[in-house]
Design a protein around this ligand. Structure first.
Ligand code: COA
Length: 368
């Protein structure tokens, strides 16, 4: 998993000035998506990118669909960031000197306990209100009243059955690869990075096509429930329909749960010994354990590890075994750094005391 066939491709956090480009990737990626068709009251399918890659050559009706989708995606990207989430991008580095790097795929993540709350300030700052101009009240109603409450209810019920709280889980809001780079392993790169950043807490998401459902299953997600939206108004592709054709379209609500106990054991006990610090300069057993903790925490510290993650073989090999939790690790770092130095001070004090005691208890003729 997670080796793109594009040489040098890597993942990083998107800069705010790149959000428009991110929204464009999402627009292109979701241009034929059943959920977006339903939300946007779309009547005809946008041509497949493979058949018509030049968007400028699309008819006016298709351009309007894309424009409205772009408004929605732009708002979603900004709202994600405003609500404390993060946006990652898969980058294709320049192949020649005169080339620029290309943003080719993206993911939007919302952190546990920081849901997408459309407060007045978020609506204004992210320009969510503009959705009304594009998709109208029908679109807004479908998002706020038809889709979100049903998904939330199902997730709440499922998490409760596991004695967990859905609010305490990550939400993978969207993943998209620019159709020009589809099937080249960029989604895998993003997922590997994302799974490495998320905590041992669960992740939830929705898949709106059978293909994406299968891709998420491939990454270890389980189906919680299949539910149908737009019954009576859209067909299986989310396009406006009537009568028998208006079956609605399916969404799969999926989750990935990590076992906290196994994670803690691996992080705190097995991993330090596994990393082992064979050439550790310290020999006191407690100190070795503490040093191991610091090094482990440093390894999985947020951000600092980021670029290294894409290039370093060592980091890659660790991440393969450990879809680690950097926020947990940085908490460890915060916790263990003072303990570590307290340990060092205590050890030095002990050594001084030992040597003073040795001197005092030495035979008196030696002291003379
Ligand atoms: C879904 C999507 C993100 C995939 O992106 P991609 O960059 O083409 O995907 P990748 O090439 O990285 O393939 C992803 C992984 O899934 C696997 N995969 C691909 N098709 C699969 C299928 N039908 N069933 C199971 N696994 C599949 C691949 O083998 C790969 O795994 P690997 O790296 O272990 O070999 C992209 O097609 C897209 O943007 N679709 C439209 C938007 C969308 O539907 N997003 C998801 C819903 S939020």
């Amino acid at each position: 998993m997670a080796t793109s066939i594009i040489p040098g491709a890597y993942v990083r956090i998107a800069e705010p000035h790149e959000y428009a480009e991110v929204a464009w990737i999402l627009t292109r990626g979701f241009a034929r998506d059943p959920c977006m068709n339903w939300l946007g009251s779309v009547r005809e399918m946008i041509p497949d990118y493979k058949d018509q890659p030049d968007y400028d050559s699309h008819p006016a009706s298709a351009k309007k669909i894309l424009k409205n989708l772009f408004i929605f995606q732009s708002a979603l990207v900004k709202a994600t960031s405003l609500c404390g989430g993060f946006v990652t991008v898969a980058i294709i580095p320049p192949q020649r000197k005169e080339d620029k790097e290309i943003l080719a795929a993206t993911t939007l993540w919302l952190k546990p306990k920081q849901p997408l709350e459309l407060s007045l300030s978020v609506i204004v700052k992210s320009k969510f209100w503009k959705i009304l101009l594009g998709w109208g009240f029908t679109g807004a109603k479908r998002i706020q009243l038809d889709f979100s409450p049903i998904v939330e209810t199902i997730l709440k019920k499922r998490f409760k059955a596991r004695n967990a709280d859905v609010l305490d889980s990550w939400y993978l809001l969207e993943v998209a690869t620019d159709p020009a780079y589809d099937g080249k392993g960029l989604c895998s790169l993003l997922m590997k990075d994302g799974l490495g950043r998320t905590s041992p807490k669960p992740i939830h998401l929705e898949a709106s096509t059978s293909r994406t459902r299968d891709i998420y299953s491939h990454f270890g997600f389980e189906i919680e429930e299949e539910c149908w939206f737009g019954k009576g108004s859209v067909d299986v592709n989310g396009l406006a329909a009537k009568g028998k054709a208006a079956t609605g379209y399916p969404e799969w609500i999926m989750t990935k749960h990590k076992k906290l106990a196994a994670f803690a054991e691996e992080t705190c006990f097995r991993r330090p010994r596994h990393v082992s610090l064979l050439d550790s300069p310290v020999s006191h057993p407690t100190l070795v354990e503490m040093t191991n903790m610091i090094i482990l925490a440093e390894f999985y510290k947020p951000k600092s590890n980021y670029v290294k993650h894409a290039n370093s073989g060592v980091d890659d090999c660790l991440s393969d075994e450990f879809s680690g939790d950097r926020s947990f690790s940085s908490a460890l770092a915060r916790l263990y750094t003072p303990i570590f130095w307290a340990g060092v001070s205590q050890l030095l004090a002990q050594l001084c005391l030992d040597s003073i005691q040795d001197k005092l208890s030495a035979p008196s003729h030696k002291r003379k």
